[in-house]
Design a protein around this ligand. Structure first.
Ligand SMILES: [Zn+2]
Length: 312
């Protein structure tokens, strides 16, 4: 068994880890490096392995830094099977198509600028909408939490709820090579316990090797209740001054979580009933529709709310 790291090893984005075992090659994630222009080169560089030799990709969750280079992997020859939860598959579709659209737009903009400078050929986008659509063809089996999938002889995988975003999972691999068993656990991005929408993460047990995200590993967060109280206070202050509040937010998970907090506060009288809430992001709106289709992924009280047909 052999593990190598092809992203998220000297930084926190671009998650991509390769395992070779029992004659098969599988990737955990194939994410985009995010942060700025200077990462364009890293995103378009060779993967460090031949995509055509990869048999499986196990996707931990649908954030761009975990699924964003999948269309590039397909464009460069991957023909294997992508396995993830049903919710991650739907969210990854939205995320990959959005990323493809942005890159096409960016390439057109740079081509226009280049033509003005008299350059003949414009830059190619990393991948386009067609590549993102092609990638969807390679999504195979849907993983259910805590149910082991036989990936290939000597390779079993179990997806455990990571409580990070809808459909997110830690991957536990039970590998057997030359009669020797080895359990490798990839944490994926982990959520905090006690969140409003999602269930608490399910910790894996008995790993021989653990590969773990540590983005906020050196920080103690304030309690969620304190943060929510501060949010309500800030909104109320603005309203009393006759103002409006604009909240920039991640389109996946954070946007839906905020909607739920606002809803609760209006229902409980902590924010006025007259408060109007607008979600102004096509991607966040698509994601919210997907959230409504998966009530079973939620913490019980939220699941009941969704099931009764309430809008978050
Ligand atoms: Zn994430």
């Amino acid at each position: 068994m052999d593990i190598s790291f092809h992203g998220a090893d000297r930084g926190v984005t671009g998650s991509c880890h390769l395992i070779r075992c029992a004659g098969k090659s599988l990737l955990i994630d194939c994410g985009m490096y995010q942060g700025g222009r200077e990462l364009d080169e890293e995103n378009s560089a060779a993967f460090g392995f031949d995509p055509a030799t990869i048999d499986f990709v196990l996707l931990t969750h649908a954030h761009l830094d975990h699924c964003g280079r999948l269309p590039l992997l397909v464009k460069r020859g991957f023909r294997g099977e992508i396995i993830t939860t049903a919710a991650s598959r739907e969210l990854a579709r939205v995320v990959m198509l959005d990323a493809a659209g942005l890159q096409e737009e960016e390439a057109r903009y740079r081509a226009r600028k280049g033509r003005r400078r008299g350059e003949a050929v414009g830059p190619e986008p990393l991948y386009g909408t067609l590549d993102a659509l092609n990638t969807l063809e390679y999504f195979g089996r849907a993983a259910q939490y805590a149910q082991t999938i036989s990936i290939a002889a000597g390779i079993d995988a179990t997806f455990l709820d990571a409580g990070h975003i809808l459909g997110s999972a830690s991957n536990v691999l039970d590998l057997t090579e030359d009669g020797k068993p080895c359990r490798v656990a990839f944490s994926g991005d982990l959520g905090n316990a006690g969140r409003k929408l999602l269930r608490d993460p399910m910790p894996p047990t008995g790993g021989d090797v653990v590969v773990m995200e540590t983005t906020y590993g050196d920080r103690l967060h304030r309690s969620l209740a304190d943060s929510v109280a501060e949010l309500y206070q800030a909104i109320n202050d603005a309203l009393h001054r006759g103002g409006n509040v604009i909240i920039p937010t991640f389109a996946l998970e954070r946007a839906q979580e905020l909607l739920c907090f606002l809803r609760t506060a209006i229902e409980q009288g902590q924010l006025p009933h007259s408060l109007q809430v607008f979600l102004d992001s096509p991607m966040a709106i698509s994601a919210t529709e997907i959230f409504k289709r998966y009530p079973d992924y939620y913490e019980a009280a939220t699941a009941a709310l969704f099931r009764d047909g309430h809008d978050p």
